[in-house]
Design a binder for this molecule. Structure first.
Ligand code: AGP
Length: 603
């Protein structure tokens, strides 16, 4: 969603500090951007569009050492200069990430008090409420913020500057992410730790309703009762270079090429040896049902999990989109395990689903990338993937590791249900430890996949088909393509296409067919022939074991010879690379596709 950064400290070129840090948050949303900085007063500059547009407006000569900045993913009110943050009402200036659900109710209360509003945003209302509470009472600023929380329904992370205290940066959060960067004679607030890296690797996390008072020298944190609280000081274990492109044209390509390394890091953490593997995986013996809940690509990884859990340990598994799960009637009990999958650990719908399960006293297990994120902290158990920072909005390496983690969980479920003996387990664990080498082999064929991209990048409708696990992988392949290239694409169960959608197949319609499941291969071939008979151009992704001349397909990608257990990790890589190259050929904004944000922290 939106990105927030606030700085107070020794550096005086405040505009540069804010803009440079804001750029590291641009992947969170980029409809507009703005800064507020203090000289002898609060100055605000904001602009529709990317941060580069804002940069053109600022006067770098002006000095200051306190400021807040924001990059926006529009929720209330379109992308415009006027709706951009920071917002200023009366003697208060704020930046906000989240949604104030009851903002209309508060707005009419404040209009009765004489407030007039210039924008369509919920944030301006939040700012006016702070100003109203400040002006109507003799409270100090901490008390104003505490009272503010009592009015609000919804989510917020706020950076706040009060005119009567221009040496202090205030902040607070509820359900939207916000961290505190702990520097030397400088302190920061940010939506995520990547924005503070150039200042410090030390940071701390905030709990809901915490209120922060930052000066150059001091960080004071209070709970909702205004009691001073201490927070654990954490340290980032990666550096700015890792957050840079390292010579690749785009973060997406860089992150695809990191997949072998991060897979090795993750597998090695959990599979040092047989005993450690069993101990590191959660005890799941009591469960007879699993719900996997996530959004987007994380949900697609969950589809792979369902296939694995039902076919190997034979445990009933459902996969649900979190935005539905959080509101629907759910049938679970103390023998159900709810697994939440989230790269960011901050996706609002997935958080809400987690909280729903916990309210119903159902056990929860999270598969998360961002350490100490909300989902990681609130789930009963968490299994971290070690993808490192993932900047590209379209996830690649994190998705692959989510699948790998589900494969590890699957093995543990098989052990607990005596569906695998120790020699077979050792064999598969050894195979998993060698999986990074297979990833490298697939990546080495990059040029092959780029050639396929050249054949399809001008198309406007591309279908993906597959059966069983191939359908699950088709879902992710289709989403990757849509996200970065803006080509309309649909993934279909290969056997389902003929029940209607095949009417869309005409001469040279592109169909990407996944065929890696040996048991279903012949059926998939029949479906390929069905679309071929209607004029489609078919690109087949298959395995060395299933390979044949297949003269009826137009293009073919054959994965390297590997045990079928590793296919779910490997088969997605060609689809990621094809999507990347198609987007590049279409000159799309690959790392920051239009309308998207890396972490959807509002519902
Ligand atoms: C994937 O490329 C998208 N960026 C999106 O579908 C993403 O997977 C989804 O929003 C879930 O995000 P999360 O994993 O951070 O919860």
């Amino acid at each position: 969603m939106c990105g927030i950064i606030g700085y107070i400290g020794k550096k005086t070129n405040i505009q540069k500090q804010l803009i440079d840090s804001l750029k590291t948050l641009e992947y969170r949303g980029y409809d507009s951007a703005g800064i507020a900085y203090v000289t002898d007063k609060v100055n605000i500059i904001k602009s529709k569009g990317k941060i580069a547009n804002l940069e053109e407006k600022i006067d770098r000569e002006e000095q200051g050492c306190l400021g807040i900045a924001h990059t926006r993913w529009a929720t209330h009110g379109g992308a415009s200069d006027n709706n951009s943050h920071p917002h200023r009402v009366g003697k208060v200036t704020i930046v906000h990430n989240g949604i104030i659900e009851n903002y209309m109710e508060i707005k009419s209360l404040l209009e009765k008090e004489g407030y007039k509003f210039k924008t369509e945003t919920d944030t301006e209302v939040a700012c006016a409420l702070l100003d109203y509470l400040k002006s109507k009472n003799i409270w100090n600023n901490l008390e104003v913020i505490r009272e503010f929380a009592g009015y609000i329904k919804g989510s917020y992370a706020l950076g706040i500057i009060f005119d009567d205290d221009l040496d202090t940066l205030y902040a607070t959060r509820k359900d939207s992410p916000l961290i505190i960067g702990l520097g030397k004679d400088e302190n920061l607030i940010a939506s995520d730790v990547s924005a503070v890296l150039k200042f410090t690797k030390k940071y701390c996390l905030l709990d809901n309703y915490d209120i922060v008072k930052l000066t150059k020298e001091k960080v004071q944190i209070y709970n909702k009762d205004l009691k001073s609280v201490c927070k654990e000081q954490l340290e980032v274990n990666w550096n700015v270079e890792q957050a840079e492109k390292n010579g690749y044209d785009h973060f997406m390509l860089k992150e695809i090429h990191e997949e072998a390394k991060v897979l090795k890091d993750t597998i090695n953490e959990y599979v040092e040896n047989l005993d450690s593997f069993v101990d590191k995986m959660p005890d799941m013996r009591k469960y007879d049902k699993i719900h996997i809940v996530a959004c987007g690509s994380a949900m697609h990884a969950g589809l792979i999990g369902k296939y694995l859990f039902e076919n190997y340990p034979e445990i009933e598994t459902t996969v649900e989109v979190a935005s539905e799960y959080r509101y629907k009637k759910v049938f679970y009990d103390d023998k159900t395990l709810v697994i939440l999958i989230s790269q960011s650990g901050e996706t609002a719908d997935t958080i809400a689903s987690l909280r729903k399960a916990k309210e119903d006293h159902i056990d929860t297990l999270a598969i998360v990338n961002v350490v100490s994120s909300t989902i990681a902290r609130e789930a009963d158990q968490v299994l971290y993937i070690r993808a490192g920072v993932e900047i590209a909005v379209a996830t690649t390496k994190a998705y692959l590791l989510q699948v790998a983690m589900l494969m590890l969980i699957n093995l543990k479920l098989m052990v607990e249900r005596e569906k695998i003996d120790s020699s077979k387990l050792k064999e598969i664990l050894k195979l998993l430890k060698s999986s990074p080498e297979y990833v490298e082999k697939v990546l080495a064929d990059e040029k092959k996949y780029f050639k396929i991209a050249e054949k399809i990048y001008k198309d406007e409708d591309i279908f993906f088909i597959g059966r069983g696990i191939d359908y699950a992988m088709s879902m992710e392949g289709s989403l990757k393509l849509k996200e970065v290239s803006y080509i309309h694409s649909e993934a279909y169960q290969a056997g389902e296409l003929k029940h209607g959608t095949i009417s869309l197949i005409e001469n040279h319609t592109k169909v990407i067919a996944l065929m890696t499941d040996e048991d279903l291969a012949l059926k998939t071939i029949s479906n390929i022939k069905e679309v071929k008979a209607r004029g489609a151009d078919v690109i087949l992704i298959t395995t060395e074991k299933l390979d044949s001349d297949f003269e009826f397909v137009n293009e073919k990608v054959t994965l390297p010879k590997v045990d079928s257990y590793l296919i779910p990790i490997l088969a997605i890589i060609p689809l990621q690379l094809i999507a990347y190259q198609v987007a590049k050929l279409r000159k799309c904004d690959i790392d920051k596709p239009r309308n998207l944000a890396k972490s959807v922290t509002v519902e």
